[in-house]
Write a protein that binds this ligand. Structure first.
Ligand code: F6R
Length: 600
């Protein structure tokens, strides 16, 4: 979602900001802008569309070494140039960018800004107008900024320029991520360290309801009450090659290809010196002393959670519930006495999941976050964290984070089971090694996947995915991948559920992708395929070695059935990728979607 960058130093701020925004493109946005400050004041450039469009709107003759920038994912008001950030106060003294949602902006407008004519439809503009109002009443910029922040309800990350104050950027955050990066005679701000990694790897984390005054030679952190704070920087451990596409046409394809290595890396990361899988004892204690586990997640992470439930229940015997995070907080089920909440989130920033974390912490319950981003909000605020070790995932459509989530969940379940004296019946390290090889064989089968995508999905309006047991959950993920990047209406169903309604949608030629990797239900899913075929569907069966039949479109190598989702999802990802390419869709940045969904 929205991204913020800022720079104050000696280089050309425009270029630093534009490059930074390009690195935040992956978060998803629909307009962008920068504001730069020099002795003549503040100049704003903004545009609807991509950073490339913004570049076309920038006047490169304007010289400045201080500035802020923003990518906007529209919430309040259409994605157009007027609503794009930065926003300015009426007299153009203050210029501001904002991520998040100001929930009480109507009240603020009514109570404080009734006489101000707003330029945009955004909730953001009230912040900059409010600061200008208080400054107009005689407050210093810092006082006006702090006073305004105390009135805001909701989430925000903010960067502010004052045309009357050279070389200062005011920064604050509440619930939305924001970092300050430190350098020699420059400092930067960024929603994500990746945006400024070419300049520095030293970052300071901001806490909610603090302000930071960023200057070229230093950074001052204060609470809203004016108390000075000291905080040591951390080193962002991201490799530049992880965030470059290299020779790949799309990040999504690169990330699909990385999956065998990710699974191997996870196994290594969770092995001790004796090559035994290990999990932090505090996490094992929390899990083994819980009477019920609640997995909370959204989207692809929710789909991983459905499989995680199977792993945890089958291996440890602890009952598990899986919940969509946006529903759970507002419709909480009856809770047992000692639940453990497991948050699964690639980004660790998903606001829907965070609202649940806040609520269950208030109730005094224990929490564990499984995330790809150490130091993310969900990681910092939960009692425990397990890292995915997948490396930065930049394509909006999640691929390697999903397989990483499954691998980490399997390891968590396997180790917890062992601690409970339960035998899971197989050697998890060995089986994950076989899985990594099987994933490799699938990422190598690109031509076959491209042909399947072409044969079944070239012109279709819709597509169904069916499966049973683990294959049902992978079908849900396959459908999500296909719809989000190719815009084909795709739905996943439990094979047995079709005849209870959905089969009415089957028409002549409707593609139905059926997964058949589970021996116990192989005959059942084959029966479901016959039912749809008899009604004109065009079935595409993806089976597993040992279960294949004549006419199957693709056969996966044999792996442990419980771990099959890590392998069967690869054709889903690749078929979606090629279907999207065939339809000329923007694979890495699908319309309307954001990578890090930081608003509820
Ligand atoms: C789909 C996708 C989304 C995310 C969802 C949750 O490809 O990426 O469905 O899975 O927005 O995000 P995280 O995992 O960051 O909490």
């Amino acid at each position: 979602m929205c991204g913020i960058v800022g720079y104050i130093g000696e280089q050309d701020a425009k270029e630093v900001l534009l490059k930074g925004l390009e690195r935040l493109e992956y978060r998803g946005y629909d307009s962008a802008g920068i504001a730069v400050r020099n002795d003549e004041g503040v100049t704003v450039f903004k545009e609807k569309g991509r950073i490339a469009d913004l570049r076309g709107a920038v006047d490169y003759a304007v010289e400045a070494s201080t500035g802020i920038g923003h990518t906007r994912w529209a919430t309040h008001g259409k994605p157009n140039k007027v609503n794009a950030h930065p926003h300015q106060s009426t007299a153009e003294r203050f210029t501001l960018v904002h991520n998040g949602v100001i929930e009480n902006y109507h009240h603020i407008q009514r109570d404080y800004l009734a006489d101000v004519e707003m330029q945009s439809d955004t909730d953001t503009e009230i912040i900059v107008q409010l600061i200008a109002k208080f400054a107009g009443e005689g407050m210093t910029t810092k006082e006006a900024f702090c006073k305004s922040l105390t009135l805001l309800e909701g989430s925000y990350a903010i960067a502010l320029l004052d045309a009357e104050e050279a070389e200062t950027i005011y920064v604050a955050k509440n619930k939305s991520p924001l970092l300050v990066g430190l350098g020699e005679r420059f400092n930067v701000i960024a929603s994500d360290a990746m945006a400024m990694l070419q300049l520095t790897d030293q970052f300071v984390e901001l806490m909610d309801k603090e302000i930071v005054i960023v200057r070229k030679d230093g950074v001052e952190i204060e609470t809203l009450a004016g108390e000075g704070m000291r905080r040591e920087p951390f080193t962002a451990e991201i490799d530049m090659s992880d965030i470059e596409k290299g020779t790949y046409p799309h990040y999504m394809l690169k990330e699909i290809d990385e999956q065998p290595a990710v699974v191997r890396k996870i196994v290594q990361a969770y092995q001790d010196d004796n090559d035994q899988l290990t999990i932090d004892p505090a996490i094992l204690d929390a899990l083994n002393s819980a009477d019920r586990l609640h997995i909370i997640a959204a989207g692809t992470s929710y789909h991983a959670g459905l499989i995680g439930k199977e792993y945890l229940e089958k291996m440890t015997g602890i009952p598990v519930e899986v919940h969509i995070s946006s529903e759970f907080g507002y419709n909480m089920p009856l809770l047992s006495e000692k639940p453990l909440f497991i948050f699964i989130s690639q980004s660790g920033e998903t606001a829907d999941s965070r609202q649940v974390l806040v609520k269950i912490k208030e109730l005094g319950h224990a929490s564990l976050t499984i995330t790809n981003v150490g130091g993310s909000t969900l990681s910092r605020e939960a009692d425990h964290t397990l890292l995915l070790h997948a490396g930065p995932e930049i394509a909006v459509a999640s691929t390697k984070a999903y397989t990483a989530q499954l691998a980490v969940l399997a390891i968590l379940a396997g180790v917890a089971a062992k601690a409970r004296g339960k035998d899971i019946g197989f050697d998890l390290v060995q089986e994950l090694g076989i899985v990594a090889n099987a994933i490799q064989s699938q990422v190598d089968a690109k031509e076959e996947m491209e042909a399947i995508a072409h044969q079944y999905l070239a012109t279709t309006r819709n597509c169904f995915f069916i499966g049973r047991v683990f294959d049902y959950f992978v079908g849900l993920e396959g459908a999500l991948k296909l719809k989000e990047i190719s815009y084909i209406q795709a739905e996943g169903f439990a094979g047995g559920e079709l005849k209870h309604g959905t089969i009415a949608l089957i028409e002549e030629g409707t593609p139905v992708i059926a997964l058949a990797t589970q021996e116990a239900v192989n005959l059942n899913i084959r029966g479901n395929v016959k039912e749809v075929a008899a009604r004109g569907a065009n079935p595409c069966i993806i089976s597993m070695e040992g279960l294949q039949e004549q006419g199957d479109a693709h056969v996966l190598p044999k792996v442990n059935e419980m771990l099959s989702p890590l392998v069967s999802v690869i054709p889903m990802q690749l078929i979606s990728y090629y279907a999207a390419l065939h339809r000329d869709c923007d694979v890495d940045k699908p319309r309307n979607l954001a990578k890090s969904v930081t608003v509820e």
